[in-house]
Design a protein around this ligand. Sequence first.
Ligand code: UD1
Ligand code: CA
Length: 460
Amino acid sequence: MAAGKGTRMKSRLPKVLHTLAGRPLLHHVLEMAQALRARQAIVITGHGATEVEASCTLSANATAPLIVQFARQEPQLGTGHAVQQAVPVLADDGIVVVLSGDVPLTQAATLFHLITACAGDKLALLTLEMADPDGYGRIVRAANNEVLAIVEHKDADDAQRQIGEIYSGIMALPARALKSWLCRLDAHNAQGEYYLTDIVKFAVADSVPVVAHKIHDAIQVTGVNTPVQLAELERAYQLRQAHRLMEEGVRLADPARIDVRGDLLCAHDVSIDVNCIFSGKVNLGEGVSIGANCVIANAVIEAGAVIHPFTHIDGEEVGVTVGKGALVGPFARLRPGAMLGANVHIGNFVEVKNSTLASGAKANHLAYLGDATVGERVNYGAGSITANYDGANKHRTVIEADVHVGSNCVLVAPLTLGAGGTVGGGSTITRSTAPGALTVARAPQTSIPSWSRPKKKPKS
Ligand code: UD1
Ligand code: CA
């Protein structure tokens, strides 16, 4: 169900497209369907339908195949009415799991338990005991503990409002029974809506067993209604990620100060200082150390590499590789296609894009390497840049092994600096150089001896 407006978000964006851990809420829910190996997933859209549907198509393409279909609900007359819209596309056999687009953190294992409880012929409700159940539907039980009904908060009497067991909004039930019960819903209630929760009464009337699968982990059923709740859920999610990482042996300086917005995979003895953000797919090898305030996305960082504070790495679709024992930062920037070999050093204010640096190469200060192939042990001086773009096309710079590029050089691509050569500081190099040569391309130094500076004219 993803048709609601999400009024309390006070946002132009439909609620289910607000992000948690860098991904829309709805994508988290679709991933549940995927983990369950659902044979079809029907997304009920209404408010912002075009935008919501477009976002699902993207997610379905990006991951393993999950057949996502859409059913439009216009106008939005309640959760029962929402599910009614799915009936034409819903198979008659099998089990239906009803999920909410704004409840993103239910674990697949919980849903598997719910499906097991349903067993193909029962109505299984996911429930939770709450200290403050205000606003939720309450689970009403008979003296023998059998579930009789769900009563919405607004329809509940004082005695029912004392009930602490609430309905999470998630249920599993046979498709056939669901379809028959949906036809019987009406809107005679406090909100004038078609409540999906009314089907519990029909199940009881039809002698279909109703089972409540009660969990104790509120985060799994917490919905997002306001920006505050979204932020709280984000923190709860991040803390879980942090604990998972620490259980795998990662040393975090502060578990409350790390954000993982994708897949972070760590080998043993990785340490991560405060305020780091990881997104996309990031792989940290054994003993890697990440300094404070690094932002790292789509990168493989091999064993023993050290990323100093304030480094920004984003491989985007292409990726970035930092080789074994390499040192990067502080204040370095690695862009897509930066491929650093073992023991490469990239220092402060150095930017590398679409360039390969062979082992032992160094660019320690204030430099740019774009579209370059850099050989082993090259020393690339402070302030030097590859002029790789002529305003229309990009060109490659090849710097062969053991070349020494002095400070403040401009290498106008395309060109090759021959192995073992040296480029004098301040040179603008426009042609390839021979191996072993010293190349200097700057105005020769001249001096005028005993030169006296101009003097100020006396005022007349
Ligand atoms: C619902 C349950 C309540 C439960 C609570 C748990 C009903 C009648 N009540 O209440 O028992 O405790 O969830 O969070 O089901 N939606 C639509 N179309 C609509 C209305 C809603 O698609 O016409 C979607 C919303 O976008 C949302 C979900 O259904 O994703 C839940 O709707 P919401 O209005 O938040 O239901 P609650 O009042 O929270
Ligand atoms: Ca809700």
